[in-house]
Design a protein around this ligand. Structure first.
Ligand code: NAD
Length: 294
């Protein structure tokens, strides 16, 4: 699409993340950047004086200095991966409640370990962050006969009503939810939102699911709560430090299901993301806005 529209492409084909100087050299003449998880702070943006758009091949913008982009007149766009991540959140919720990782491991070891699991039906699911992914999750959970509550300081009341979701404060959500699923951005406000204090407010035996960003959870506090049985289980796609190593402290626990930040990595989403990024570049070049503006 971009070549057909007359753009020239400069790609990072090294197969690794560029260092800052390499990144600066690559974007020096760019009109638009299609960004991974590398950083675009003010100093990096200064290296690309013609830059008019940064579009993320994803939705997290925590590696962007959005204020600096606004000041420099650089439009910011993201892609749409809400269905993919919401489906993965459902998979993690069911996976940890059904102990799928333990059963799989047991059968592989030749062990017929037929212990029990939990059902989602009639439970309360608390959705923290009622944005695109949180709302899609609420939609996907409709057929499970669950109670849905959500916390979002910028609550979309109309959508909440349509999806039969009760808007609540964070404390109420933590106190009433059997499953808490996180769908908020990583900001200075949300760092370690789940910590000793907030875990203490959670229902005994609740499950915690995180497909957002690792920094939302104090992993040491989570480990204590899982060891003590305060929480029944957790399922994490994201971690405080990525990529994780074998030394990840949470590795020693059975009641935790782990994935390597893959919630958005479907074939379908990757394909559509490419098209969205190209379309956003062309739209901005023609004086419009990105397809999914930030
Ligand atoms: P979104 O912007 O549509 O929704 C985020 C919502 O969080 C917004 O409604 C916002 O009002 C709300 N919010 C902001 N601060 C909050 C706070 N302090 N407390 C409660 N709610 C708050 O974003 P989205 O597309 O739904 O994505 C959510 C997050 O998921 C992203 O920020 C990203 O970090 C993460 N994500 C992870 C993966 C993955 O691969 N695991 C993929 C996509 C997105």
């Amino acid at each position: 699409m971009l070549l057909d529209a007359g753009f020239e492409l400069a790609c990072n084909d090294t197969g690794r993340k560029l260092d800052r100087e390499e990144q600066k050299a690559l974007i020096a003449d760019a009109f638009a950047v299609i960004a991974g998880t590398e950083s675009y702070d003010d100093d990096m943006l200064a290296a690309a004086p013609n830059l008019k758009l940064v579009v993320r091949f994803g939705v997290g913008t925590d590696s962007f200095d959005l204020e600096a982009m606004k000041r420099r007149g650089i439009a910011v766009g993201v892609i749409s991966n809400n269905n993919c991540v919401a489906e993965f959140a459902v998979a993690l919720i069911l996976g940890i409640m059904k102990n799928l990782h333990l059963f799989d491991n047991a059968v592989r070891q030749g062990q017929w370990s037929r212990f029990t699991m939990r059902e989602l039906k009639a439970k309360t699911v608390g959705i923290v962050g009622f944005g695109r992914i949180g709302r899609r999750l609420a939609q996907l959970l409709q057929s499970f006969d669950v109670e849905l509550v959500a916390y979002d300081p910028y609550m979309n009341e109309e959508e909440a009503k349509r999806l039969n979701v009760k808007p609540v404060g964070l404390d109420e959500l933590l106190a009433c939810s059997d499953v808490v699923s996180l769908h908020i951005p990583a900001t200075s406000e949300t760092r370690h939102l789940i910590n000793h204090e907030t875990i203490a407010k959670m229902k005994d035996g609740a499950y915690l699911v995180n497909t957002s960003r690792g920094v939302l959870i104090d992993e040491a506090a989570l480990k204590e709560a899982l060891e003590a049985g305060k929480l029944a289980g957790a399922a994490l796609d994201v971690f405080e430090r990525e990529p994780v190593t074998k030394d990840l402290a949470l590795n020693s626990l059975d009641n935790i299901l782990l994935a390597p930040h893959v919630a958005a990595l479907s074939v379908e989403t990757n394909y559509n993301a490419g098209i969205t990024c190209a379309e956003s570049v062309i739209r901005v070049f023609n004086g419009g806005t990105p397809l999914y503006p930030v």
